[in-house]
Design a protein around this ligand. Structure first.
Ligand code: S3P
Length: 441
């Protein structure tokens, strides 16, 4: 049975909170720990359904993994060549990151694997990974470019130089992981900077990588040495609170220990361009990733044309940013964000539908949206019902809209919030959101 949120209007966000661990880094900690030599200890692991899917896949591939318990996970690495073929299809659940990175990791194994996922993941495009992997010598079969993905044994991959047609960290990471199993060098060239957690973490496991402008290169056959990983809080989860506190008068909130890797901080830059009051305090480095406490206060926002260069650096934050834009004074224009159409849902269509259902003038475009913001202090959103289409980030973005609504909001189909943000309702209530979760009728 699915769930829904009911959120009473108004309120403000205050206090000090820590959101769960970074999803991207949690996936990678298990993947790299599994193929390393020795025991990798992870702290701050995201105990959400997506990262758990990755854990269960590696267990099925013969890796012993203890936890998660209080964010602690122990991965008993089997070495680069120690994975064993699974008897059954490997279930990636809702996790696109798991499936795409696994395609790279499994492309050069001596056994066959099949990757499957839920309804949403089964609609997502996989050719973007399969095509360059085929150029490296992999044998991959799909159903019209979508899951299930069948990966046939291939122990003779060779490195390639691949200029990516889309700015995708998942594609880049899949090719680098395949590159570990390939003869020679694998080079990936990015059309725009994307999150670099794979490169940073590979470095932490002792793998040598070379960065030359937009190109990253690694040599195949390098062994990984187990390490300790401290996962920072996920800036993509913090983003809902950055927006909520910005739009709700009287808010003053601190988000602790948030990862502020510069390939992820587009949301802070965009909100600041809109006039948000966000301070980055107590900056430090934890396990190769920069971390800080974010202090946010309510501020009057203004509409902007979002610089396209910032789009890949905030790609998961647009559902929340669209809510901020509705509360800003004047027009916000987002372009260069066509990738939003192939996320857990078509985030351009689904957000535009939801915003319009709540009385906001929002016009979807092929690669973005135009939103006429209301500004001021009054209610922006009409009372109503919106559909999250099983997309965690859509659900949480509309939950925050209630802070500026004229009446109660219902957000339907919210079960998948647990993929990235277990405990969202309770934490949001602690901060001041008047949210209740219900079994959906
Ligand atoms: C991710 C990369 C991004 C992002 C996703 C996580 C990653 O996807 O949207 O949530 O962990 O590498 P793309 O590579 O498709 O842009």
């Amino acid at each position: 049975m699915s769930r829904s949120f009911r959120i009473a209007p108004g309120g403000q966000l205050s206090g000090t909170i820590r959101v769960p661990g970074d999803k991207s880094i949690s996936h990678r900690s298990v993947m790299l720990g599994a193929i390393a030599e020795g025991v990798t200890e992870v702290a701050g692991f995201l105990e959400g359904a997506d990262a758990i899917s990755t854990m269960n896949v590696f267990r099925a591939l013969g890796v012993r993994i203890d936890g998660p318990r209080d964010g602690r996970v122990t991965v008993h690495g089997v070495g680069l060549r120690g994975l064993r073929g699974a008897l059954h299809p490997l279930d990636c659940g809702n996790a696109g990151t798991a499936m795409r990175l696994l395609m790279g990791l499994l492309a050069g194994q001596g056994f066959e694997s099949t990757l499957v996922g839920d309804d949403s993941l089964s609609q997502r495009p996989m050719r973007r990974v399969a095509e360059p992997l085929a150029a490296m010598g992999a044998h991959i079969e799909m159903r019209e470019g979508r899951p299930p993905v069948r990966i046939l044994p291939s122990e003779s991959l060779h490195g390639i130089r691949y200029p990516m047609p889309v700015a995708s960290a998942q594609v880049k990471s899949a090719l680098l992981l395949a590159g570990l199993y390939a003869r020679g060098e694998t080079t990936v060239v990015e059309p725009a900077p994307t999150r670099d957690h794979t490169e940073r973490m590979l470095g932490g496991f002792g793998v040598e990588l070379a960065r030359d402008g937009a190109a990253v290169t690694l040599r195949g056959g390098q062994a990984l040495r187990a390490t300790a990983i401290d996962v920072p809080a996920d800036i993509s989860s913090a983003a809902f609170f950055l927006v909520g506190a910005s739009i709700a008068a009287g808010s003053a909130l601190v988000l602790e220990h948030v990862g502020i890797n510069p390939t992820r901080t587009g949301v802070i830059e965009i909100l600041r361009l809109m006039g948000a009051d966000i301070a980055v305090d107590n900056q430090r480095e934890v396990g190769g990733e920069p971390v800080a406490d974010l202090r946010v206060r309510a501020a009057p926002l203004r509409g902007i044309a979002v610089p396209p260069g910032l789009v890949p650096l905030a790609i998961d934050e647009f559902p929340a940013l669209f809510v901020a834009a509705a509360c800003a004074q004047g027009r916000t224009v987002v372009t260069g964000a066509a990738e939003l159409r192939v996320k857990e849902s078509d985030r351009i269509a689904v957000m535009a539908d939801g915003l319009r259902a709540l009385g906001v003038e929002a016009t979807p475009t092929p690669d973005g949206m135009v939103i006429e913001g209301r500004g001021g202090d009054a209610a922006v959103f009409a009372s109503g019902v919106v559909e999250a289409h099983a997309d965690h980030r859509i659900a949480m973005a509309f939950a925050m809209a209630a802070l500026r609504a004229g009446g109660e909001l219902t957000v339907r189909d919210t079960t998948n919030v647990a993929t990235s943000f277990p405990g969202f309702e309770a934490l949001a209530r602690t901060a001041g959101l008047r949210i209740e979760g219900h079994a959906q009728r």
